[in-house]
Design a protein around this ligand. Structure first.
Ligand SMILES: Cc1cc2nc3c(=O)[nH]c(=O)nc-3n(C[C@H](O)[C@H](O)[C@H](O)COP(=O)(O)OP(=O)(O)OC[C@H]3O[C@@H](n4cnc5c(N)ncnc54)[C@H](O)[C@@H]3O)c2cc1C
Ligand code: FES
Ligand code: FES
Length: 492
């Protein structure tokens, strides 16, 4: 049975929307429909954070708030959640929320255009149950840009108010909100608003999703919409039929087995991060720099693969780890090595109506060493110019097997087969021989020049990353090779 109304909680009330455009964003709903004008539009592409709102969901039965960019979040995708915006925080009579009070006290706002977004990101940190230190605050706010005030007073405000214990109206009614969200999820039904020509659909089961995607092969599959949202706001594309994967619980599952990790295609980065970080600390560091807290709360590993981008961060990492993916067309499932999914620029091995369902990532074995390095112009929240991922099996001081993949070096994320061959057999105590492997990269890639990096720069950095991986695996102190992620690597 299908439900034709999107439902969510706002200010303690149930909001119901029907008959909306499939591409309507949450920001459009808030500003144009509700006239809740505190939430601002800045970039309309997920970069500046001015439109940040908090989304409340049940996580293991408890209410948890995550920050999302309302400008690229589709309205239909927030079905079954609580939406909190900057307009909702002050108490009747104008008493400010502790986060707002801290920002005022620290003189942390001037023009105030960015401020609503900072307030809402900090609201989610306030509720995260962690005592914030400067590193946590910097990470949490990486998706919020301020051009007037400067970040020091904003970070000071965060440190002053985010002590790990939430004591506001939202904390006081958390049990009641959780109960209402659980009631909304009861009898999980399919969501279908619109008609066959134009709809937003969000099936609740994998079978329903596969059937709908096959029935409408021209529909746009949407997971977190951190890519698709920009097709709408920047490319002004008409997307009349939208099939959302986010309500299928089995596609959010993360299974950690002894020899592998399985990730459902609709699992967000935030959901998948603990299992991926446990595979290797470099993956945790890569994820920390992938987008922002807002992007990771909505975006998925599945979307990062399915979009086929040559500069997506997770594909080269997963290829180097030997990942396979599962695809499903109606009732037929097939698996293939991830590297074979990418055929050419913008072309993947996916039939119309076929959906990505799962990613299976083998754990590196005891003799295997893994490294990955993201190189981008900005350190935080920036797309890679280049990403190198390396899995080397070392036996008796020699490279017995090498699996090396790069993003940003070709039209697709791609293995460096020639460099792999040249690296095999190298001795870790003979660094003078290592450049032979780097030389072979010239047979693997003819990188492009673009605004992110020149071809010469890409090749030079690709060589350096391979040398860096070999040096680190050979046991050189990390301080010689990196400025970040040292503590995590040392603890591994
Ligand atoms: C501000 C910002 C910063 C970003 N930073 C980074 C970054 O640092 N590194 C990086 O790699 N990316 C980055 N991205 C890009 C984006 O966040 C990622 O590519 C993300 O993983 C996309 O996932 P999604 O769930 O949002 O995909 P969506 O936008 O929902 O979909 C992306 C594509 O995948 C398809 N798709 C999704 N799920 C399925 C499925 N189950 N079956 C078949 N097709 C499917 C969609 O049809 C679409 O073609 C950034 C984006 C923004 C807005
Ligand atoms: S308006 Fe800039 S992130 Fe949404
Ligand atoms: S106060 Fe003006 S951009 Fe932050």
């Amino acid at each position: 049975m299908s439900r034709h109304i999107v439902r969510f909680l706002r200010r303690g009330r149930l909001v119901e929307r029907r008959g909306f455009a499939p591409t309507e964003t949450l920001l459009e709903h808030l500003r144009l429909r509700e006239r809740a004008l505190g939430t601002k539009e800045g970039c309309a592409e997920g970069d500046c954070g001015a439109c940040t709102v908090a989304i409340g969901r049940l996580q293991s039965g408890r209410l948890a708030y995550e920050p999302v960019n309302a400008c690229i979040q589709l309205l239909g995708a927030i079905d079954g959640t609580e939406v909190v915006t900057v307009d909702d925080l002050a108490e009747p009579g104008g008493r400010l929320h502790p986060v707002q009070r801290a920002l005022v006290d620290a003189h942390a706002s001037q023009c105030g255009f960015c401020t609503p977004g900072f307030v809402m990101s900090l609201f989610t940190l306030y509720h995260a149950g962690v005592r914030a230190d400067r590193a946590i605050v910097n990470d949490w706010l990486a998706g919020n840009l301020c051009r007037c005030t400067g970040y020091r007073p904003i970070a000071d405000a965060a440190l002053a108010c985010c002590s790990g214990e939430a004591d506001d109206a939202y904390a006081k009614r958390a049990a009641e909100t959780a109960r209402r969200l659980a009631a909304l999820a009861e009898g999980e039904d399919d969501l279908f608003t619109g008609n066959e020509d134009a709809f937003f659909a969000a099936p609740s089961t994998e079978d329903g999703l596969a059937a709908l995607a096959a029935r409408f092969p021209d529909a746009t599959i949407v997971a977190g919409a951190t890519d698709v949202g920009l097709w709408i706001t920047k490319q002004l594309r008409e997307l009349p039929r939208i099939v959302h994967t986010g309500r299928v619980a089995s596609l959010h599952e993360i299974r950690e087995e002894d020899d592998r990790v399985e990730i459902g295609a609709a699992a967000t980065y935030a959901e998948a991060e603990p299992a991926l970080r446990a595979l290797d600390p470099d993956i945790g560091e890569m994820l920390r720099r992938l987008g922002s807290k807002q992007v990771r709360a909505a975006g998925t590993v599945g979307g990062n693969i399915a979009n086929g981008s040559p500069i997506g961060d997770s594909p080269p990492v997963l290829i180097a780890l030997g990942a396979t993916i599962e695809l499903r067309l109606r009732d037929t499932r097939r698996t293939l090595p991830l590297e074979d999914f990418f055929l050419d620029y913008g072309r993947q091995d996916r039939a119309p109506g076929e959906i990505l369902t799962r990613i299976v990532v083998p754990r590196p074995g005891p003799a295997e060493h893994f490294r990955c390095y993201k190189v981008s112009k900005r350190y935080d929240q920036d797309i890679s110019a280049l990403l190198g991922a390396f899995r080397l099996r070392i036996e008796r001081g020699r490279v017995a097997e090498a699996c090396i993949a790069y993003g940003g070096m070709a039209a697709t994320p791609k293995r460096a087969r020639n460099a792999e061959r040249a690296a095999t057999g190298l001795r870790l105590d003979e660094p003078a021989a290592w450049p032979a492997a780097a030389d072979a990269l010239a047979d693997d890639f003819s990188p492009i020049d673009d605004h992110r990096a020149s071809a010469a720069y890409r090749m030079r950095v690709a060589r350096s990353l391979l040398a860096k991986a070999l040096a680190e695996i050979a046991g050189r102190p990390s301080a010689e090779t990196r400025v970040a992620g040292m503590r995590e690597r040392a603890a591994a």
